[in-house]
Design a protein around this ligand. Structure first.
Ligand code: MN3
Length: 202
């Protein structure tokens, strides 16, 4: 299987008024994400054990395999970024009633959810990701992963929404202020409609 860069679900300039400029998206999607896809295809092409496998199968197979670290990193980054683009929207921040009810029941309130999500985004030392996951026990939870780590690898649940906290995600718009980037995501960019749809389909 040859993997390809998914199109952004919005125009590259569509988030500029919401705190993520066109330059950020052109670099992040067109350069960073494309580089992971290109590297992954090169690695799969050289390894018969990976050919014909789905992206999720490759991630699980390469997880915690020192000899497949580059495969894991590029496959994980391809999967995580593909979810990240769907986690953003020009009309973000609004939480549909179905998801709001679940956030209240599992976190004790929407603000508590936001506090925990922001804490995960800030608490991830170095590069990584903050996640809203539907756990295998049916409850929502917040997790964080380093580098290319992904819930796909661990089977801990279904990822509903993700924030990229690698510096390349926010440096153009927010310089070193990751906290402001996380606040802005939750208030103006997070696609909670998408998360609610993922929850309904789970
Ligand atoms: Mn990134």
């Amino acid at each position: 299987m040859t993997f390809s860069l998914p199109s952004l679900p919005f125009a590259p300039g569509a988030l500029a008024a919401r705190g993520m400029c066109q330059e950020t998206l052109e670099l992040h999607h067109g350069k960073h994400h494309q580089a992971y896809v290109t590297a992954l295809n090169g690695l799969v092409d050289k390894n018969d054990a990976l050919k014909g496998k789905s992206l999720e199968e490759i991630i699980r197979l390469a997880h915690e395999r020192g000899d497949l670290a580059a495969v894991f990193n590029n496959a994980g980054q391809h999967w995580n970024h593909s979810l990240f683009w769907n986690s953003l929207t020009p009309n973000g921040g609004g939480i549909p009633g179905s998801l709001e009810k679940k956030l209240i029941s599992d976190f004790g309130g929407v603000e508590k959810f936001k506090e925990q999500f922001k804490a995960a985004a800030l608490g991830q030392f170095g590069s990584g990701w903050a996640w809203l996951v539907l756990g295998t026990d049916g409850r929502l939870k917040i997790t964080k992963t380093g580098n290319a780590g992904t819930p796909v690898a661990t089977g801990e649940g279904k990822a509903l929404l993700v924030l990229d906290v690698w510096e390349h995600a926010y440096y153009v718009d927010f310089r070193n202020r990751r906290a402001d980037f996380a606040d802005n995501f939750l208030a103006k960019l997070a696609n909670f409609e998408f998360a609610a749809a993922q929850l309904a389909a789970a």
